[in-house]
Design a protein around this ligand. Sequence first.
Ligand code: MN
Length: 231
Amino acid sequence: MNLLFALPETPSVPVTGEDARFPVRRIFCVGRNYEAHARELGNAVDREAPIWFTKAPAALCHSGATIPYPPATANCHYEMELVAAIGAPAFRVSPEAALDVVLGYACGLDMTRRDLQNAAKAKGYPWDTGKDFENGAVIAPITRAAAFGPIGTQRITLSQNGAMKQDASLAEMIWPLPELIADLSQMYHLAPGDLIYTGTPAGVGAVAPGDVLEGMVEGLEPVRLTIGPAA
Ligand code: MN
């Protein structure tokens, strides 16, 4: 194909113990999926429908990176999340069949320019600038679903400079993963390469240059991120 200019390679994520990497097609994220977190941001908790937003694959950032403190914000937050990696097509799947399309899981950080997100929310505007920015979707290597086992009461935690800030159980999700995939698949033809960030527990907070974040889900490789000076 004759292209006017070259683009960066397709972003991809390592898979633990394998040579081949997981190429990233789309990044879906769900908001307010843990009750205590919804409350801490002053939101009502309901089960009307999951709240979806997206990040571009260009926002992907690998665990272990040092990133510049993001531009245009004075209140950049971490949000520790379980990420599901989709490995098979799914359209209008039932919750019962939904986990069949999950290739694996990873620890991820949904970095958020909270000031921009809050300003957008207040006006009923889209969240894009608050959520979809360079290095805003941090991800650790993917562990195959079979090796991880069923999602149950695994602990999900985040420490900031060694201090525990988020500490919850995957069982606390308002929308369990099968229901998230079933809902998303009503609106999109999910396909291999799609990632789903499944929401964050309570305890989100601001980062500052020099911070070291470490997020863990029992049974997965941890996600680590260092915040450098502003670009
Ligand atoms: Mn989030």
